[in-house]
Design a protein around this ligand. Structure first.
Ligand code: MN
Length: 479
């Protein structure tokens, strides 16, 4: 990653939001003054860092306050600047954002562990204050990970692990796949340098080997699509290095093209996504049970697309992803796409989206309330929010996200308090199961309630996995 200059930033901001330029320049002057004389470990002037973080966000078309906060993001921590001064000069929102990304003062802690937990808690819970804090933090981390080579080896590994444990899952939750992918690869480089290099080479080789096949498919699909008169764009998408590493870890030894790359077909209208399926499936036969409709049933992080895996040339399998240009933008940038979609309203719309539609929001609030100790909070958040999830279907086909190990009771309380309290029986994939049944990916769950049921049973406390369920049961049986 190249570091940005103030001229590049000015050009970038002028491209989409020229009326913010004045305030952004004022923030730059302020940060430049305050960081004067400070150097990064690379030996460059410190201002390069906030400047590049701001530039990353300008590429996402961030709003004025976010850009200013990005430039100022290290002033509270590393200079004699104060919250009050920033608030007076740049307004309340900018001050809140800068404060949100600032680490808690070292003087408040006696141990390193305490400090780490408290700061991680601050980052994770900032989602409930203003989602833009976490987006600035992600851009900050992206630049820091890109310049990790200048740090000491033990620091490199420490940062890489923290990135994988906290920032990568958060990037996934808000649908920012591009940032997530970059952070994963940068981290792997330091966590397992040998695998990183060997997979990188392997990927290059596969790309060479499959070039003919992909070219043929692309050519044919382009031709088919031009007959339909539906304007479109086709791109080849390669899996990131970490994506391949993860498959290896799961025990997959060999790969086919569809594991490593896919063909992305983008159109303007949703209807056209479906319209293209027939000519594509007529040319290349689909594997029927690999077809996925994430348009009508999106992923919990807003991701939408049609996925189909077809028998390509030389009996090689090729995955195709068909989506609109807007869906593609959301697939790359997640919630940050609102900066483009709603302009003036973006701040409000983003927070609304997080609070109403993202399934991690309520559990996060529950965990934050239930665990007073920072260390316990972090452990629970890692377990429930930042680890692998399972996804199950409700009776009406809604997809519900839960931590691995969750039971039917957890699901009932996640869907609605009443459902949990009145729960008496359950059918999973058309079969009656006991209430302590541990849910698996893609389970279809029908919850059976009885309105005369008087409330949860005390022993449920020991069965449930999620804090939300545990707390709701506790409140009801007055523990
Ligand atoms: Mn920073």
């Amino acid at each position: 990653m190249k570091s940005a200059t103030i001229n590049e930033l000015i050009i970038k901001v002028s491209e989409y939001n020229i009326k913010s330029l004045k305030k952004v320049l004022k923030a730059y002057e302020y940060a430049n003054d305050h960081h004067k004389g400070q150097l990064r470990q690379s030996g460059e002037p410190y201002i390069i860092h906030p400047l590049t973080v701001c530039y990353i966000l300008a590429q996402l078309h961030a709003d004025e306050d976010t850009l200013c906060a990005a430039l100022l993001h290290d002033t509270l921590e590393d200079t004699d600047s104060t919250y009050e001064e920033i608030e007076e000069l740049f307004g309340h929102d900018v001050a809140v954002l800068v404060d949100g990304v600032t680490k808690i003062s070292k003087m408040n802690f006696t141990t390193k562990e305490e400090e780490i937990s408290a700061n991680a808690r601050k980052i994770i819970t900032s989602i409930t204050t203003d989602i833009r804090i976490i987006i600035i933090k992600l851009a900050d981390r992206l630049h820091n990970m890109n310049t990790l080579e200048f740090k000491k080896p033990h620091k490199q590994k420490e940062n890489a692990i923290e990135t994988m444990e906290i920032f990568v899952p958060i990037a996934y939750q808000i649908g920012a796949y591009r940032i997530k992918g970059e952070l994963e690869d940068l981290s792997l480089r330091y966590i397992d340098p040998y695998s990183y290099e060997s997979i990188k080479e392997e990927l290059e080789k596969v790309k060479e080997d499959t070039e003919d096949c992909i070219n043929e498919v692309t050519y044919k699909i382009t031709k088919i699509l031009s007959d339909t008169n539906i304007p479109n764009e086709i791109k080849v998408r390669t899996k990131n290095i970490y994506g391949v590493y993860k498959r290896k870890m799961q025990g997959h030894r060999t790969y086919d093209i569809h594991d490593l790359l896919s063909l992305k077909i983008m159109v303007d209208e949703i209807d056209d996504c479906y319209r293209l399926l027939r000519p594509i499936h007529q040319t290349y036969k689909p594997i029927n049970d690999k077809f996925k409709d994430y348009i009508c049933n999106p992923k919990t992080n807003m991701y939408q697309s049609l996925h189909t895996t077809v028998f390509g040339p030389d009996s090689r399998l090729v995955q195709m992803q068909i989506r609109t240009f807007e869906m593609d933008k959301i697939a790359s940038f997640g919630i940050t796409t609102y900066w483009d979609l709603c302009k003036e309203n973006a701040k409000y719309m983003m927070q609304q989206q997080v609070e109403n539609n993202f399934q991690f929001y309520r559990p996060l609030k529950e965990i934050n309330k239930a665990y007073k100790n920072d260390y316990d909070f972090l452990n629970q958040a890692k377990k429930e929010l930042l680890s692998e999830k399972i996804y199950v279907y409700t009776a009406t086909g809604e997809v519900v996200e839960l931590p691995v190990g969750s039971t039917v009771i957890d699901l009932a309380y996640k869907i609605g308090k009443d459902l949990g309290d009145k729960l008496v029986a359950v059918k999973v994939n058309d079969k009656v199961e006991s209430l302590n049944y541990k849910l698996k990916n893609k389970d279809r769950v029908i919850i059976i309630t009885d309105k005369y049921q008087t409330g949860p049973k005390q022993e449920w406390i020991n069965i449930v996995e999620t804090t939300e369920a545990k707390e709701k049961i506790k409140r009801l049986i007055n523990m």
